[in-house]
Design a protein. Structure first.
Length: 652
C-alpha cells in the first residue's frame, strides 16, 4: 500500500497501523509506530494515573446506585422469586448450565453466566430487602467496562489523553445508568465486559499475529454470548475494524476480504450456534415474533425510528426512561417515525459524503448499527421499541471515530499552542460535568419502585406494562384502591395482559370473591398457559372451594412448569390431604421443605400428614420445628397438644 493510497482513504487509519515492508514512512512516523508498539515507562505511568482518576470520577458519579431500591419489570423473575438464585449451590449452577433449550426459572433466552453471577451475589448476602451485593457487582462491572474501553481506544490510537477523555464520557453517560441500576441487567454489563475483552485481545492479535490473543478473544466472545447473546454481531464489528482503524486490507481487496473472513470462521461458528440456542430458548419459554409476522413496512420504519432515537439519546440525553413504547400509529403520520425516516436518509447521505475524505465516521456508525441490530426489533421479543440499555455496548462504535478525531487534534496541537489542548480538554470536561449532573438526576428515579414507575408513566402514559408495574407496587405498599385502578387501566389498554388478570385475581381472592378470582386466573391462563403464578393461585382458590381434584390438577401443572416452586408443592400436599391421600401429601410437604427448609406452613402441614398416618413421634418433631420457626403458630401448638393426648380424630 503506497502512502498516497493510504492517505486518500484516511490519515488516522494510516497512523494507527504498524509500518508495512516497503512503505515509505518518514522517520517521524516510524518513531510514532515504535511508541505505539512499546510505549515508554513514562507514557504508561501517565495513562495509568489518568485511568485511576477516570475510575474514581466514574465510580463517584455512579455511587448513588448503592442506595437504589427500585425493582424493575423482570427483577423478580431474575432474583427475588427465582428459586435457583435464592438457593445458591452447585445444583443451581448445574441447572443454569444444562437448561439450554428451555430455561425453567427465567422466561427468555439461555444466559447461564448472568444467572450464576446473580446467584453468587445472593450467596454474598443479597436479599429481597438488601440489594447492596447486586449493585456492588454492577458498579464494579461498569468500572471494569470503562477500563476496557479506555485500554481499547489507547491500543488503537496511542493517544492517552484522547482515550481517557472519551472513556470518561462513556463512563459518565446517562445511558449507562439503566444497566447499572437495573438488577436484572447484569446480563448487559457482563456481556459487554467479555465482548470488550474479546475486542481488546483481537486488536492485540491483529497487531502482533500471535495465537494466544486470538484464542483469548474467541473464549471471551463465547463467554459474552453465555451472559447475553445480543453481542452476537461482534465478529462483523471486527471485520469493519479490519478496514478501519486496523487497516488490514491490502491492495488485493478480494483476497484480503476472504482472508479476514476465513480468519473469523471460529467466531462465526460460535455466534451461529449461540444464535440457534437463543432463538429456540426464547421461542419455547417466552415470545418470539419472526420478521414475516410483522405488517409490511414495519421493520424498516422501526429501524429508521431507532437510528434517530439512539443518536438523539446519545448526543442529547436529557431524559432517560426504562420504558419506550412503540409509537402509535407506527407509520409516517407519527412525528417520531417521520423524523426517523428523514433523519436516517440525511445521516447516511452525510456519512457517504464524508467517506470521500475519511471512512472513520462511516465505519464507526456501522459498528454501532451492527452491534445494536439484534435489539432493533427485526425479530420481536420485547414490548418496547428501544431501550437505553441496548446502546450500552454499541456506544463503542461511536467512540472510535470520536477518539480518532480527538487524538489527531491533540497531536496536531503538540509543539504549537498548548492553549488549544487546554480548550479542548476544558470543553470535554464541561460535557463530562453535564453528563454527571444528568446521571445523578437519573439515579433519583431509581431510589424506589414507586418513584421509578411514576417517572416511567409520565413518559409512557398509555403503556399497559407500566400501569401494571405501578399497580403492583402500590398494592404492596398498602394502597390497594389506587393500585387496583392501575391494574384495571392496564387491562383497558391491553385486555391480553395476563399478569394484570393474575394480580386482580389475587385481590378478588383476598376479598373473598372466589368465583371472580377463578375467572381472572382462567383468563390469564387462556392468554398464557405457561404463567406459573396463575396456576398456583388457581390451585389455592380451588382448595378454598373444597374442589381438591381441580386444585391438584392446577398445582401439578404449576410444578410441571417450575418443579422448584415450593408453594406449589404445598398446595399439592393440601389437595392430597383433602383427598385423604396422606402418604402422597407427606411426600409433597417434604418436597416443599427441601426447597425451603424454613417454611413454617409446610412443617405444620407435614405434622398433620404424619399425625393422620399415626406416626406421632415424627408428627411431634414436625410441630416442634414449626414452633421454633414461629412461636405463635397456633396450628403447630394445637397439633403438638393433640399428639401428647395421643389423639388423631381431634387433630386440627
Amino acid at each position: 500500500m503506497t502512502r498516497r493510497q493510504t492517505s486518500s482513504r484516511d490519515h488516522a487509519a494510516r497512523r494507527t497501523v504498524p509500518p508495512q515492508s516497503g512503505s515509505p514512512l518518514d522517520e517521524r512516523e516510524r518513531t510514532w509506530h515504535a511508541r505505539l508498539a512499546t510505549p515508554d515507562a513514562r507514557e504508561r505511568l501517565r495513562v495509568a494515573i489518568g485511568l485511576a482518576v477516570v475510575l474514581v470520577v466514574v465510580g463517584a458519579a455512579h455511587r448513588p446506585v448503592f442506595t437504589a431500591g427500585a425493582l424493575s419489570f423482570d427483577d423478580g423473575l431474575y432474583i427475588t422469586t427465582n428459586p435457583l438464585v435464592q438457593r445458591p449451590g452447585w445444583t443451581s449452577v448445574w441447572r443454569f448450565l444444562t437448561e439450554v433449550s428451555a430455561p425453567s426459572t427465567v422466561r427468555g433466552y439461555y444466559q447461564p453466566l448472568t444467572m450464576i453471577s446473580l446467584m453468587l451475589d445472593q450467596a454474598a448476602g443479597g436479599r429481597p430487602d438488601f440489594f447492596y451485593p447486586f449493585h456492588r457487582t454492577n458498579w464494579l462491572l461498569h468500572l471494569a467496562n470503562t477500563t476496557l474501553v479506555i485500554l481499547l481506544l489507547y491500543r488503537l490510537f496511542a493517544c492517552g489523553p484522547a482515550a481517557l477523555l472519551t472513556g470518561l464520557l462513556f463512563g459518565l453517560h446517562p445511558l449507562t445508568v439503566e444497566p447499572v441500576a437495573w438488577l436484572a441487567e447484569r446480563k448487559t454489563l457482563l456481556g459487554t465486559f467479555f465482548a470488550l475483552l474479546s475486542l481488546l485481545t483481537y486488536v492485540r492479535y491483529a497487531r502482533s499475529g500471535r495465537v494466544t490473543p486470538w484464542i483469548v478473544s474467541c473464549v471471551a466472545y463465547a463467554l459474552g454470548l453465555l451472559a447475553k447473546p445480543t453481542v452476537t454481531p461482534l465478529p462483523m464489528a471486527m471485520l469493519l475494524m479490519d478496514i478501519w482503524p486496523l487497516a488490514r486490507m491490502d491492495g488485493h481487496r478480494r483476497a484480503s476480504v476472504w482472508r479476514l473472513v476465513r480468519e473469523k470462521i471460529p467466531l462465526l461458528l460460535i455466534g451461529v450456534a449461540s444464535g440457534i440456542v437463543t432463538l429456540v430458548s426464547q421461542a419455547r419459554t417466552a415470545s418470539l415474533i419472526p420478521p414475516t409476522d410483522h405488517p409490511p413496512g414495519f421493520v424498516p420504519l422501526v429501524i429508521c425510528h431507532n437510528i434517530v432515537f439512539y443518536l438523539i439519546k446519545i448526543f442529547w440525553p436529557v431524559t432517560a426512561s426504562a420504558f419506550h413504547p412503540f409509537p402509535a400509529p407506527l407509520n409516517l403520520s407519527h412525528p417520531m417515525v417521520l423524523a426517523g425516516v428523514i433523519g436516517t436518509g440525511l445521516l447516511l447521505s452525510a456519512l457517504v459524503l464524508l467517506s470521500r475524505w475519511t471512512v472513520a465516521p462511516l465505519i464507526g456508525w456501522l459498528i454501532f448499527f451492527i452491534l445494536v441490530l439484534p435489539t432493533m426489533g427485526i425479530i420481536g421479543f420485547t414490548i418496547v421499541i428501544a431501550a437505553d440499555k441496548y446502546a450500552y455496548f454499541p456506544l463503542v462504535g461511536l467512540l472510535l471515530p470520536a477518539t480518532a478525531a480527538l487524538s489527531r487534534l491533540w497531536n496536531a496541537c503538540a509543539g504549537r499552542s498548548r492553549l488549544r489542548r487546554g480548550l479542548v480538554g476544558v470543553l470535554l470536561l464541561f460535557v463530562a460535568g453535564q453528563e454527571w449532573r444528568l446521571t445523578a438526576r437519573t439515579y433519583e428515579h431509581w431510589q424506589d419502585t414507586e418513584r421509578l414507575t411514576r417517572y416511567m408513566l409520565t413518559h409512557a402514559p398509555a403503556a399497559d406494562a407500566v400501569h401494571y408495574a405501578r399497580g403492583v407496587c402500590l398494592i404492596e405498599r398498602g394502597r390497594k384502591a389506587e393500585g387496583t385502578s392501575h391494574l384495571q387501566e392496564a387491562l383497558r389498554l391491553n385486555p391480553a395482559n395476563w399478569m394484570a388478570h393474575t394480580e386482580l385475581g389475587a385481590l378478588a381472592r383476598q376479598a373473598g370473591e372466589l368465583d371472580r378470582a377463578v375467572a381472572h386466573y382462567q383468563t390469564a391462563l387462556q392468554i398464557d398457559p405457561q404463567h406459573v403464578p396463575a396456576w398456583n393461585n388457581l390451585a389455592s382458590v380451588r382448595l378454598q372451594q373444597g374442589r381438591y381434584e381441580e386444585a391438584l390438577s392446577a398445582s401439578d401443572e404449576a410444578l410441571r412448569l417450575r418443579p422448584e416452586h415450593h408453594t406449589a408443592h404445598l398446595n399439592r400436599g393440601l389437595a392430597l390431604m383433602g383427598l385423604h391421600r396422606y402418604e402422597e401429601a407427606r411426600s409433597a410437604f417434604e418436597a416443599a421443605l427441601r426447597l425451603k427448609p424454613d417454611y413454617t406452613r409446610a412443617w405444620e402441614e407435614l405434622g398433620h400428614a404424619l399425625h393422620r398416618l399415626g406416626r406421632l413421634d415424627e408428627a411431634a418433631a414436625a410441630y416442634r420445628r414449626a414452633l421454633r420457626l414461629d412461636t405463635n403458630s397456633q396450628q403447630a401448638r394445637a397439633g403438638l397438644e393433640a399428639v401428647r393426648r395421643g389423639a388423631t380424630a381431634t387433630m386440627p
